[in-house]
Design a protein around this ligand. Structure first.
Ligand code: NAP
Length: 425
């Protein structure tokens, strides 16, 4: 039997689905030994650090990831950063193929004046903060004002808007970072606006996320009836299916009577941001609208306008992804997920996407390389590897710490703490 060694860089959904696709392509003649590299001691990528804590159902896909990880010839090599602890060229030397699955972790910027003002924050940082990503727990965010504006009309803007507007009591039973949860309990933000630069017919929200909004007990979710009826007429008689369901969900929201609670989540359309104003911190934002310029006061501004990749060695960033041709970067080097196609689609989108790329990867394999196990070399000062057993210990301890408080888990927020648990037999 030929056993090919494959390195997957990044333990998020795209990485796991690539591993699963490879496992499914095994036969009596061919097998794959998969090493999954992850820079954090904890895997699962956006399922741990991106999905909103009040959407626990979406996180159940982690069970699938653990099944993949516990299959034969799979190793998690956590707390090892590719590009720092080991280079892509070394991986290419030791493995039959290398698959980049590192996502697109940085927020795009608006490119308008005032973006550098205090309390103008990217969703990339804010989402990592409330989800307990260890690198973002000291986020400089001030929640003492009353008004927050979120720029963008995608599901991330909606997650951010909900997290800011919700009564934090509703987050007590979730796995929100303990630091963020404490801060959200002290927050005086009550009016949150999600602002789209185009009409509702162009919004990138998805219907299931919109449909749940009227059921949020602690928030009055508002949309102007005129905004939605004009969008419905602009969309014409045969809008695409997703536009039709979105507009239907928005029509229901716009027609739902206010509950009269103290928290509001307002949606504004056709407001294109042109300047952020303030002396040292954000005080207001100016929009171009069909009626002319409009300035809205705000104490906090979060931009949720998409993501871009980080600079990784020699890889060429092409807009919002790494340059590639159908997932192939160069001979033996592949890319999957958001790093391949940009930040779009839901978690499941990565499954078919990764399966296609892995099929062409496998089709191009020759004979397996005979190379030394990279783990032997990685065992050097300054590198502490968290393997699957170490991660299992972190995972179990987090779940155990959550049990007494009826939470799915209480996340460790410091890497050192995670390493201590991982290393304790
Ligand atoms: P997205 O869906 O691409 O939405 C980005 C939004 O930013 C768009 O409304 C876009 O408007 C707006 N935008 C871009 N540049 C702008 C600018 N200069 N000024 C004002 N607005 C600007 O991206 P996302 O919300 O980051 O989500 C990424 C992916 O993750 C999406 O596929 C999303 O569905 C998915 N996701 C899913 C869930 C879930 O299933 N619950 C949760 C979170 C994320 P234009 O259309 O006008 O460019």
């Amino acid at each position: 039997m030929k056993i090919f060694k494959i390195a997957i860089v990044g333990a998020g959904p795209a990485g796991y689905f690539a591993a699963q696709a490879l496992q499914n392509l095994q036969s009596d003649e061919t097998a794959f030994a998969i090493d999954m590299f992850e820079r954090l001691p904890t895997p699962w990528g956006l399922v741990r650090s991106g999905v909103a804590p009040d959407h626990p159902k979406i996180k159940t896909v982690s069970k699938v990831f653990e099944k993949i990880a516990n299959s034969e010839r799979f190793r998690l090599i956590g707390n090892v950063e590719v590009g720092r602890d080991v280079m892509i060229s070394t991986l290419q030397d030791r493995y039959d193929a290398v698959v980049i699955a590192v996502g697109t972790p940085h927020g795009r910027s608006l490119g308008i004046p005032g973006e550098g003002l205090k309390n103008v924050i990217s969703s990339a940082d804010f989402v990592y903060w409330y989800n307990g990503h260890p690198d973002y727990q000291n986020l400089d965010i001030d929640l003492t004002g009353t008004k927050a504006i979120v720029i963008g009309a995608g599901n991330v803007a909606m997650d951010v808007g909900r997290m800011l507007a919700l009564d934090p009591k509703e987050l007590d039973k979730t796995d929100t970072s303990e630091i963020a949860l404490r801060r959200l309990h002290q927050s005086s933000i009550r009016d949150v606006s999600i602002v789209a630069r185009r009409g509702a017919e162009h919004a990138a929200f998805t219907a299931p996320e919109l449909r749940e909004l009227p059921d949020l007990e602690s928030i009055d979710v508002t949309m102007k009836v005129d905004d939605i009826t004009s969008a419905i007429s602009r969309a014409g008689t045969e809008p695409e299916k997703h536009v039709k369901s979105n507009l239907e969900a928005m029509r229901l929201i716009s027609e739902t009577p206010a509950k009269g609670v103290s928290r509001e989540l307002e949606f504004l359309f056709q407001h294109k941001p042109i300047a952020i104003n303030g002396s040292d911190r954000v005080e207001s934002i100016t929009f171009e609208t069909p009626e002319g310029e409009v300035t809205k006061e705000c104490d906090l501004l979060v931009t949720a306008i998409g993501y871009k990749p980080h600079a990784l060695e020699e890889l060429t960033v092409d807009g919002n992804h790494y340059r590639n041709q159908d997932g192939e970067i160069s001979n033996g080097l592949y890319v999957v997920g958001w790093a391949k196609r940009g930040p779009s689609g839901v978690i499941g989108t990565n499954k078919s996407d990764a399966a296609d790329v892995m099929k062409s990867l496998v089709a191009k394999l020759g004979d397996p390389k005979t190379s030394q196990d990279l783990l032997l070399e990685l065992n050097k000062p300054g590198v502490v590897i968290v393997d699957q057993a170490g991660w299992n210990r972190i995972n179990m301890k987090e779940v155990e710490n959550g049990e007494a408080r009826e939470k799915p888990r209480v996340k460790f927020l410091e890497i050192q703490e995670m390493l201590e648990i991982a290393g304790s037999e």
